[in-house]
Design a protein around this ligand. Structure first.
Ligand SMILES: *[C@@H]1O[C@H](CO)[C@@H](O)[C@H](O)[C@H]1NC(C)=O
Ligand SMILES: *[C@@H]1O[C@H](CO)[C@@H](O)[C@H](O)[C@H]1NC(C)=O
Ligand SMILES: *[C@@H]1O[C@H](CO)[C@@H](O)[C@H](O)[C@H]1NC(C)=O
Ligand SMILES: *[C@@H]1O[C@H](CO)[C@@H](O)[C@H](O)[C@H]1NC(C)=O
Ligand SMILES: *[C@@H]1O[C@H](CO)[C@@H](O)[C@H](O)[C@H]1NC(C)=O
Ligand SMILES: *[C@@H]1O[C@H](CO)[C@@H](O)[C@H](O)[C@H]1NC(C)=O
Ligand SMILES: *[C@@H]1O[C@H](CO)[C@@H](O)[C@H](O)[C@H]1NC(C)=O
Ligand SMILES: *[C@@H]1O[C@H](CO)[C@@H](O)[C@H](O)[C@H]1NC(C)=O
Ligand SMILES: *[C@@H]1O[C@H](CO)[C@@H](O)[C@H](O)[C@H]1NC(C)=O
Ligand SMILES: *[C@@H]1O[C@H](CO)[C@@H](O)[C@H](O)[C@H]1NC(C)=O
Ligand SMILES: *[C@@H]1O[C@H](CO)[C@@H](O)[C@H](O)[C@H]1NC(C)=O
Ligand SMILES: *[C@@H]1O[C@H](CO)[C@@H](O)[C@H](O)[C@H]1NC(C)=O
Ligand SMILES: [Zn+2]
Ligand SMILES: [Zn+2]
Length: 653
């Protein structure tokens, strides 16, 4: 456990007792569902989980939101904190939705289910398919078993090659009868009848429909951010151009009861205002509900008092909830009813069965629906057919991307460069006995490796990229020893220029880690500052600055801008996860060699070859020169095999 975490926990147990618990709108305390004992079903929480304490705020229009599920349909199955908090699976989610729909019907209110895209690239369930199949084709069949009212396309559906996008066109989109929206995303396919290539939207550009219970007239769009990393044969129109289209003007011309917009676009610092303003130019006061995604954070903001925008995290960690009282606007005796701020509510639910049961007032025995159980069964069968439980070894502890500093013995980056890569790369390698340094970009790793069984699925999760290793053989030690600092350490000005340029380019190509990390960093900083203030000045104090009063377990501590109008968003108060910045590039410890001219192998992931060459040529001052022609393949192993091979060697004693 890190020092910071220890401090946080120690302080929390001292100071949190003095605080009052969250206010509970209708006094429904005390639902406690004990969850202990042995279970066979993988998705049941294996540790007791804390229950939420506040019921959801139901109003006459309610929405459940998923986004960026990235193949995590079996949820998070490791026991390290906070994974059990996200241990529900898509079958559990289906049961939840089904109970919630029943509750909505009993209350006579609307409940819609929407998704904001990115359905694969995250786990073996979507990406571990055998040759001949397509990414997410199999896992998408389970998404079809949920009663989604609206869905939209994510950038990942467009970046894994044309056939995957075509599968969305031919298999996924048609299933939803016009409710799979791709307002600014086209695909070009050959039309036999016309004898030529034709560009057309993958799904529908917009849809108008009536809500199930109260028959509200809804107009919906599905917008993707300005993505440029899309496969050849697909087209992403910029958001600015989209709102200039004739079809757009026609789609929004008639005033509905509300606009319900889904999009794979972050609700902050992206182009939702462009869409919002285009609608507001025509309809000054019509309610607008926006469900965004892509940056993997929990976020909420209001562009005016009659709209709300929600983003619901990632990886089946978070289920989003938004509700609004639309009847307020219908009071014909109130002249201001159509202009006054609407009453919105939003919540970020931790994705597990305890959460689900609390909010549906079911218990472990009444919760599962037959469809839900069927989905869980089907997902487990799919996992088995992809052999995702293939066992490589037992990880002795957790290894973190950003919860531990680099270098450290809890850092997955340290594990990779100091242990896993040297061990795996030495196998069957004729150059194994030569001195070497190994470099990778930190972004090569995607997720923590957690204590316990390390399986084929965990390998997909932690490091999915099929990158090769290259070597510049026999480089002078004097050059090799400076490479890592060279990679990470341009002068601040150069770095900033490079970085800003690179970041905006990377963003257009779909990279969001820097946003997610900035969110974690801010969360951790605010939390620690709050602990200090509390230690100095004592209570009272709470959100948005303070740790929530009854926080017990690690998780997200969301400080979004809807707190002022709608209160705290997290369904359960958490202790913020510690965050440590990591360098962009990491490398093995430089061997202790005194002879500057001694030959040494410079080994690296092919993805960073350009940077390596640039830095080595700088360091060489013209005494040597390096080009892509001089590098050689180092091994037949690919990056995404390294941890598995290492685990077989080192984690099987
Ligand atoms: C989250 O999981 C931890 C165990 O890892 C548990 O102690 C805690 O109660 C859980 N918290 C919630 C909010 O479910
Ligand atoms: C080909 O184009 C014709 C005429 O526009 C259209 O009716 C038909 O649906 C198209 N076929 C496909 C497969 O898109
Ligand atoms: C249609 O597009 C495909 C893929 O871009 C291309 O290979 C083919 O030549 C095009 N066919 C025609 C008739 O333009
Ligand atoms: C998308 O397809 C529609 C329908 O074929 C076409 O009118 C439009 O020009 C296309 N948009 C783009 C940006 O390619
Ligand atoms: C209405 O909502 C807006 C945006 O959230 C806020 O700035 C404004 O203060 C609110 N007005 C009232 C009267 O509450
Ligand atoms: C929860 O329910 C499932 C089946 O519905 C059962 O297998 C499991 O043992 C139950 N667990 C507890 C703690 O009751
Ligand atoms: C059960 O799940 C399978 C997929 O695993 C699906 O094909 C089938 O339709 C489901 N059956 C029911 C009754 O929902
Ligand atoms: C990890 O490092 C910490 C601090 O450097 C040390 O106290 C601890 O013993 C180390 N653990 C292992 C397993 O090496
Ligand atoms: C190393 O070579 C042996 C013999 O050719 C082979 O059985 C083994 O799978 C190889 N190991 C790796 C990691 O490639
Ligand atoms: C590396 O050196 C060790 C000990 O000197 C030797 O046993 C081994 O065969 C060498 N391996 C290779 C690949 O040269
Ligand atoms: C490096 O090697 C030199 C000479 O072999 C030795 O004196 C020195 O202690 C070594 N330094 C480290 C940090 O191991
Ligand atoms: C390159 O120049 C720097 C600064 O003048 C010097 O410290 C370094 O040793 C030189 N490197 C080589 C390989 O000549
Ligand atoms: Zn995503
Ligand atoms: Zn995305």
């Amino acid at each position: 456990m890190s020092k910071m975490l220890k401090l946080a926990l120690a302080l929390s147990s001292i100071f949190f007792l003095a605080d009052t618990a969250y206010t509970c709108p209708d006094g429904e305390h005390g639902h406690s569902h004990a969850h202990t004992g042995t279970r066979t079903k993988r998705a049941f929480p294996q540790v007791p989980l804390q229950t939420p304490t506040r019921p959801l705020v139901w109003q006459d229009f309610n929405v459940i939101h998923t986004t960026d599920t990235h193949g995590w349909l079996l949820g998070h199955q490791h026991l390290s904190e906070p994974e059990p908090n996200y241990s529900g699976d898509f079958g559990d989610f289906a049961s939840f939705v089904s109970h919630m729909k029943n509750i909505a019907e009993e209350k006579g209110v609307d409940l819609l289910l929407v998704d904001s895209g990115d359905v694969h690239d995250g786990t073996g369930l979507s990406d571990g398919f055998p040759p001949g199949q397509l990414d997410a084709h199999a896992s998408n069949q389970f998404i079809k078993l949920l009663p989604y009212d609206l869905l939209t396309i994510g950038n990942h559906e467009l970046s894994d090659g044309f056939p995957v996008a075509q599968d969305m066109l031919n298999d996924f989109a048609p299933f939803w009868n016009g409710r799979y929206l791709t307002s600014n995303v086209n695909i070009t396919i050959f039309n036999q009848t016309l004898g030529k290539n034709v560009s057309k939207p993958i799904g529908n550009r917009f849809v108008k429909f009536l809500s199930p219970i109260k028959k509200r007239r809804i107009t919906s769009l599905g917008v993707l951010f300005d993505f440029t990393g899309n496969a050849a044969g697909t087209t992403v129109q910029t958001v600015e151009d989209m709102v200039q289209e004739q079809w757009f003007a026609e789609a929004i011309a008639e005033e509905p009861d509300l606009f319900l917009l889904v999009g794979h676009m972050p609700v902050s610092r992206d182009k939702w205002p462009v869409v919002f303003d285009a609608i507001r130019a025509v309809h000054k006061t019509t309610p607008i509900l926006i469900f965004g995604g892509h940056s993997h954070i929990r976020d909420c903001l209001q562009m005016d008092g009659r709209s709300m925008s929600l983003e619901s995290g990632r990886y089946m960690e978070t289920i989003g909830w938004m509700s609004v009282n639309l009847d307020e606007g219908l009071n014909i005796f109130d002249p201001f009813a159509r202009t006054r701020n609407l009453t919105f509510s939003r919540r970020y639910l931790d994705q597990n069965r305890v959460t689900y049961q609390f909010h549906t007032q079911t218990n472990n025995f009444s919760f599962d629906t037959r469809d839900g159980e069927n989905i869980t069964k089907g997902l487990n069968k799919l996992a088995a057919s992809f052999d995702l439980s293939e066992f490589f070894g037992t990880a002795p502890q957790d290894f973190f991307l950003s919860r531990a500093p680099f270098p450290s013995n809890q850092s997955i980056l340290s594990l990779f460069v100091d242990e896993a890569a040297p061990v795996a790369l030495a196998i069957n390698n004729t150059r194994a006995n030569f001195s070497k340094v190994i470099f990778t970009n930190s972004g090569e790793m995607r997720y923590d490796i957690l204590a316990g069984a390390f399986t084929k699925n965990d390998q997909f999760v932690a490091l999915p990229f099929a990158d090769a290793f290259l070597v510049f053989p026999n480089v002078s030690f004097g050059i090799a020893k400076g490479v890592l600092d060279g990679l990470n350490g341009q002068s601040e000005d150069v770095k900033r220029a490079l970085f800003e340029d690179r970041e905006s380019k990377l963003y257009a190509k779909g990279s969001v880690d820097h946003i997610y990390n900035a969110w974690l960093r801010e969360m951790s900083m605010q939390y620690n500052a709050a602990l200090k203030r509390r230690a100095l000045f004592g209570p009272p104090f709470g959100p948005p600055f303070g740790p929530p009063p009854v926080a017990k377990s690690l998780g997200y501590v969301t400080n979004d801008s809807c707190i002022a109008s709608a209160g705290v968003g997290d369904d359960i108060p958490h202790v913020a996860i510690p965050f440590f910045d990591t360098p962009d590039f990491v490398g093995t410890t430089v061997p202790n060699i005194t002879d500057e001219s001694a030959p040494i192998d410079v080994v690296f992931i092919n993805f960073i070859e350009d940077s390596i060459i640039k830095v080595m040529n700088q360091l060489a001052n013209g005494t040597e020169s390096f080009t892509a022609n001089d590098s050689l393949p180092y091994t037949s192993l690919l990056a995404n095999q390294i941890f598995g091979i290492f685990a077989q060697v080192a984690w099987n004693s």
